[in-house]
Design a binder for this molecule. Structure first.
Ligand code: NAD
Length: 391
């Protein structure tokens, strides 16, 4: 049996991600059962989806009839009985291992033997969630990005017990939803949340050393690097509580590798409740009439900042390949479509030259004497052999 347009889809958790996944599935013609433990949340999900889709009608992207059809395919439910009819169920409840294991065990008990179960977890291991299942072979990670209907990337993460057939089927289904899927090993942060750490971490380090202020670092990354948002703007948007929690969880999961060390500056922002845009103040002041500092548009300084952060990002991307977390192509696709980087990091490395990247990393390691800056063995080897990632 293979998943197709007529496959019925279950979604657990009608929050931000669950609502988005339900929207995608219904848009592609599936009947969707969306379950949440909290009735208020079902109501809120329904209202928000109606609003989002009606805006699409106003913008001329969808007809009123199309929106009606999409909405009619989603059934909001306060029970999981109908999951018995589903061929795949996506779990998108709170990021809590106990809650996920309990809920998935209940779902496993009522679904058919062939029904695939998927978790949208960002930071828990697929192995740990699967340990509560009787048939972990049909369970895997399927990690959408926020907002799910907009972001093209989906990370597909088979766990240690996942059957290859379940991975192939789930991946084909997500590809049929016009998404770009990448395959990642079940390791902390998968691809995107691991490789992107230096975008924030190295920017914070430069800020803490007072090499430049936040506005200047953001300017350098956007104007000189072509990134859509600077690291500080992006952290303010994500929320420092959320961004810090991801950094801390990756740091712990990597047995306190200094490459992933969280920053005191960000910790203090969280402690003070200065969470960014949502609280009115983060690195920038978002309150009405507030004045924010202008960047220092010094090209030499800006280039130094960009080169340093980029070298650290490329080192991390190379590590994901070196440790066989994902292929060169998938690492690049992940960063382009999961966090909108202007170029794939490894493609960028080829353009700059692997030897230049190695020199930048060695200079940093030499200057600071910190393991954080150690060049990845793959970068060293490739530089020595004058190799490129794409050739
Ligand atoms: N928000 C993001 O940017 C993002 C991105 C990728 C992945 N994720 C992951 O997706 C998952 C959901 O995140 P979210 O941002 O949508 O959270 P959310 O808080 O918006 O939604 C979670 C929903 O789950 C419901 N819920 C909680 N416990 C439940 C239970 N036991 N049974 C059924 N429903 C339950 C809540 O009522 C809520 O509606 C998490 O695992 C998160 O790590 C989030």
């Amino acid at each position: 049996m293979s998943l197709n347009e007529s496959s019925k889809i279950g979604v657990v958790g009608a929050g931000t991600m669950g609502t988005g996944i339900a929207q995608i599935a219904a848009t592609f013609g599936h009947d969707v059962f969306l379950f949440d433990a909290y009735p208020d949340q079902l109501e809120a999900s329904k209202n928000s989806l109606e609003k989002i889709l009606n805006r699409q009608v106003e913008k001329g992207r969808l007809s009123a009839k199309e929106v009606q059809d999409i909405l009619s395919r989603i059934q909001y439910q306060s029970h999981i009985k109908d999951f018995a009819k589903c061929e795949i169920v996506f779990e998108a409840i709170i990021e809590n291992l106990r809650a996920k294991k309990d809920q998935l065990a209940r779902i496993e008990a009522i679904t058919s033997k062939t029904c695939i179960l998927a978790s949208n977890t960002s930071s828990l291991s697929i192995a740990s969630i699967s340990s509560g299942l009787k048939k972990p072979g049909r369970f895997l990670g399927i990690h959408f990005f926020n907002p799910a209907p907009v972001m093209k990337l989906v990370e597909v993460i088979p766990g240690i017990s996942t059957d290859s057939e379940a991975t192939v089927q789930a991946r084909n289904l997500i590809n049929s939803w016009n998404k770009t899927t990448v395959l990642a090993k079940d390791t902390p942060g998968f691809i995107v949340n691991r490789v992107a750490r230096p975008f924030y971490g190295e920017a914070l380090r430069i800020y803490e050393e007072e090499i430049a202020d936040h506005a200047t670092i953001d300017w350098a990354m956007k104007e000189l690097g072509g990134f859509r948002m600077g690291p500080f703007e992006l952290m303010d948007l994500i929320g420092h509580d959320v961004n810090y929690a991801v950094t801390e969880s990756v740091f712990k999961a990597f047995y306190y590798d200094p490459r992933f060390k969280p920053s005191f500056t960000q910790k203090r922002l969280v402690e003070a409740g200065l969470l960014g845009k949502k609280s009115g103040i983060g690195f920038y002041d978002y309150r009405k009439g507030a004045k924010n500092t202008e960047p220092n548009r010094d090209e030499k300084l800006g280039t130094e900042i960009l080169n340093r952060i980029l070298a650290m990002l490329i080192n991390e991307a190379a590590d994901a390949v070196f440790m066989n977390i994902a292929t060169v192509q998938d690492v690049d696709l992940a960063m382009k479509y999961g966090v909108n980087y202007p170029k794939g990091l490894l493609e960028w490395a080829d353009e700059i030259g692997i030897e230049t990247i190695l020199n930048r990393l060695e200079k940093l390691q030499d200057e600071y004497g910190e393991d954080r800056y150690r060049p990845n063995p793959l970068i060293k080897k490739m530089a020595g052999n004058h190799q490129q990632f794409y050739s």
